[in-house]
Design a protein around this ligand. Structure first.
Ligand code: FUB
Length: 332
C-alpha cells in the first residue's frame, strides 16, 4: 500500500451495457449557469499520479472526506482493463492523500477469469463496518454477467476483503448505497437507460423486497448517486448527451421519498471534455461539493481524472450549475 501525499498546488499541465458507450438524443434545455464567480479556485483534476474516474465521496466519523474512484489503466482498451481501486482522502479539500490500492480483480473469486472491468464503485458504513460495492462481470460475456460485488473492512481505506456479491440482481452497473437518517440503507444501480432502487437488509449484502424502477428521471444513462438535504432526496445521474468533443451531462431529480417517484430538475454539470461523466455530491464542513471526472490530463476518453468543485443550492432547494475549474483553478 503506497501512501502518497498529493498537494494539488504541484499539479502541472501533464499532460465505454453502457458506461463506455456514447449515445445521443436528449432535448433537455440546460438551466442557466450562475455566473457569480471565477470558479472556486480548486485546481482540477486533483489527482494526477494515476488516471481515476467515477468518484464516490463520503465523510466518515474520523472527520475526513474519502473518495472511492475507479482506476483507468494506461494504455486503455475502452474501459475493459480498469482495475486496482485506490482511495483518496483529505481534511481540507486541498491536500489529498492516496490511501493506496484496496481491491483488484484477482481478489474476486467469482469474477471473470480475464479480469479487468472493475467499474464505478461506492462505499457505505453501517454498525462498524465499511462496505465497498463494485460492479464486475462474472463471465467472459462481460456485458451480460455484471454482478455487484461487496468487500468489507473495519477501516475506510484499507483491509477490504471480498465477501461475494449481492444475489438476485440484474446485469447492471454503477452501485450507489444511501443510508438514511433512520439507518435504513437503500441500494441503487443502473445503466442502459434503466435505474433501479430498493432497500438493503441490515446485513448490507442482500436486497430487502423487490427492486423498483426509478420513475420520473429524464434521459437516464448511468452513474446513480443519492443524497439528502433538508428532507429532500436528490438522485443525480449521467444522461446520454453526446456532441463532438463533449460527453454526458450530469442531471438530477428530487423526491420526498428515497425511492421516488422523482421530479426531474435539470442539468447541474455541463459536459466535460470526456465521453462519460459520473459524480457524487457530499457536504463537508458546512460546504457542499460536486465530484466528477474529465479527460483534461490525457485528452483520451478512457484515461479520466477526478475533479471537484463547490456546489450551491438555491433557496427553493434546486441546485445551481457548478463552475468547473482547470489546472490552475480558473473557470473553464
Ligand atoms: O468507468 C466505467 C464506466 O464508465 C462507469 O461505470 C460509468 O459510470 C462510466 O463512467
Amino acid at each position: 500500500m503506497n501512501k502518497l501525499i498529493i498537494n494539488i498546488t504541484l499539479i502541472t499541465a501533464l499532460i465505454a451495457v453502457t458506461g463506455c458507450s456514447k449515445k445521443s438524443g436528449s432535448t433537455n434545455t440546460p438551466t442557466p449557469v450562475i455566473e457569480n464567480a471565477n470558479g472556486d479556485g480548486f485546481k482540477n483534476p486533483f489527482v494526477s499520479q494515476i488516471y481515476t474516474a467515477d468518484p464516490s465521496a463520503h465523510v466518515w466519523a474520523d472527520g475526513r472526506l474519502y473518495v472511492y474512484p475507479s482506476h483507468d489503466v494506461d494504455p486503455p482498451r475502452g474501459c475493459d482493463l480498469m482495475d486496482k481501486y485506490h482511495v483518496y482522502s483529505t481534511d481540507d479539500m486541498v491536500t489529498w492523500r492516496d490511501e493506496g490500492q484496496i481491491l483488484q480483480a484477482s481478489d474476486v473469486s467469482w469474477g471473470r477469469i480475464e479480469g479487468g472491468f472493475m467499474w464505478a464503485p461506492d462505499c457505505a458504513y453501517k454498525n462498524g463496518t465499511y462496505y465497498f460495492y463494485f460492479p464486475h462481470p462474472s463471465g467472459t460475456d462481460w456485458n451480460n454477467t455484471w454482478k455487484i460485488g461487496v468487500a468489507t473492512s473495519k477501516s475506510p481505506a484499507s483491509g477490504f476483503k471480498s465477501q461475494g456479491y449481492i444475489p438476485g440482481l440484474e446485469s447492471l452497473i454503477d452501485p450507489c448505497v444511501f443510508v438514511d437518517d433512520d439507518g435504513q440503507a437503500y441500494f441503487y444501480y443502473g445503466g442502459g437507460n434503466i435505474c433501479k432502487g430498493g432497500k438493503l437488509k441490515d446485513n448490507m449484502m442482500e436486497i430487502d423486497g423487490a427492486m423498483q424502477t426509478m420513475q420520473g428521471l429524464n434521459d437516464f444513462h448511468e452513474a446513480t448517486w443519492v443524497h439528502k438535504r433538508n428532507g429532500i432526496y436528490y438522485l443525480s445521474y449521467a444522461d446520454n448527451f453526446n456532441e463532438a468533443g463533449k460527453g454526458n451531462r450530469m442531471k438530477y431529480a428530487t423526491s420526498k421519498s428515497p425511492l421516488g417517484p422523482w421530479t426531474y430538475q435539470g442539468v447541474y454539470i455541463d459536459p466535460t471534455d470526456s465521453a462519460t461523466d459520473h459524480g457524487s455530491i457530499v457536504e463537508f464542513k458546512g460546504q457542499w461539493y460536486a465530484f466528477y471526472h474529465n479527460s483534461s490530463l490525457s485528452h483520451n476518453d478512457w484515461l479520466r481524472s477526478i475533479c471537484v468543485n463547490k456546489l450551491y443550492y438555491n433557496a427553493d432547494g434546486t441546485i445551481r450549475k457548478i463552475i468547473q475549474t482547470d489546472l490552475i483553478g480558473q473557470k473553464k
